[in-house]
Design a protein around this ligand. Structure first.
Ligand code: SAM
Ligand code: SF4
Length: 331
């Protein structure tokens, strides 16, 4: 078995799969109000095509899979698909990123299907603001979904908060306090530049370092959490002493973690992206559909990994925003 290793000796063992470009919300930093031009459904990979790729990738060292979108829970047949992915030999960790609107309904089925854990995106716990940020009045459903995920044992239940100056930065401390009383892992994500109407500006991005300072000033010291084996993610992890939950700081903008990047992304329309911020995409849909052998598809995968860029250039003058939004790439 030839492992997936890039030109900088990074071992690639993590695949993020977007199963749809559709979504039941319209977050301001991700989509325009009318939604985006959706791919024709014939251009979206079928589950069996994705599964073939997962099997090939797993036989070359992919161990960890995250399913995302768009909103993965709006795609029909998602539970069966997750069950099939969980059954692929070599896949040790299967997780899902969701906006949580449908999570209450699906939590137990997901657990039974073999899903290990969920990340739920939540940027505000205030109803009006949630509505403003997502253009959906679904805060209550998401909060219920979080509780159901805990009950179903999709652990740890992580809450992803994208922090945007002037939008929701006044809720940083409220989210942190949640981890003091409940077993949620609250993760703060720096606002990243994608091609949305919202218009990313560097000064709207509050850095992970600033977020930590804000939390500690208001709620007390944070202690580092020791890594407990497995593949360390990009979050720097902390907790309040004795707290049931955790805090994670993810700094793709201010302190990138490209040097230890272990991931590949598959878009819903069958393109492989070796870097979130590079518009370079490798077409896998055509070889998956034109009768190409497993060897040919595997070679494309191995070659793509060899070409994985060293890192992104958000903080350099030459940086240009990604032409696709997160909902298309698969966040
Ligand atoms: N719909 C699902 C959800 O919202 O969790 C999965 C897809 S969504 C594109 C994945 C993640 O990308 C979400 O946590 C979302 O907050 C994040 N995201 C989207 N646009 C972003 C941006 N400009 N900066 C930082 N995170 C972003
Ligand atoms: Fe939909 Fe997720 Fe994008 Fe929000 S962040 S619009 S929930 S895909």
């Amino acid at each position: 078995m030839q492992p997936l290793v890039d030109a900088y000796e990074r071992k690639i063992d993590y695949l993020r799969i977007s199963v749809t470009d559709r979504c039941n919300l319209r977050c301001v930093y991700c989509m325009p109000p009318e939604g985006i031009d959706l791919a024709e459904s014939k251009n979206i990979l079928r589950y069996e095509e994705i599964l073939r790729l997962v099997k090939l990738a797993a036989s070359h060292g992919i161990k960890k899979v995250r399913v995302t979108g768009g909103e993965p829970l709006v795609r029909k047949g998602i539970v069966e698909f997750l069950h099939d992915v969980a059954s692929v030999p070599g896949i040790e960790d299967l997780s899902l990123t969701t906006n949580g609107v449908l999570l209450k309904e699906y939590a137990w089925e997901l657990k039974d299907a073999g899903l290990k854990r969920v990340n739920v995106s939540l940027d505000s716990m205030k109803r009006d603001r949630f509505l403003k940020m997502t253009r959906g009045d679904n805060l209550f459903e998401v909060l219920e979904g979080l509780e159901e995920a805990l009950k179903a044992g999709l652990l740890p239940v992580k809450i992803n908060m994208v922090v945007i100056k002037g939008f929701n930065d006044d809720e940083i401390v409220d989210f942190a306090l949640l981890s003091k009383t409940r077993p949620f892992h609250v993760r703060y994500i720096e606002y990243m530049p994608f091609n949305t109407q919202e218009g990313w500006q560097r000064d709207k991005c509050i850095t992970a370092r600033e977020i930590k300072e804000i939390i500690e000033k208001a709620a007390g010291p944070l202690e580092p959490v020791a890594e407990s084996g497995g593949v360390a993610g990009p979050a720097r992890r902390f907790h309040f002493k004795g707290a049931p939950g955790e805090i994670g700081l993810i700094s793709p903008v201010s302190e990138h973690f490209c040097g230890s990047c272990n991931r590949l992304r598959l878009t819903a329309d069958g393109k492989l992206r070796t870097c979130l911020f590079s518009d370079n995409e490798i077409d896998l849909r055509t070889p998956l559909r034109d009768g190409s052998s497993d060897e040919v598809v595997t070679d494309i995968l191995l070659n793509a990994v060899r070409e994985k860029p060293k890192g992104h250039t958000i903080n350099e003058n030459i940086f240009k925003k990604c032409s696709r939004t997160m909902s298309l790439i698969g966040g």
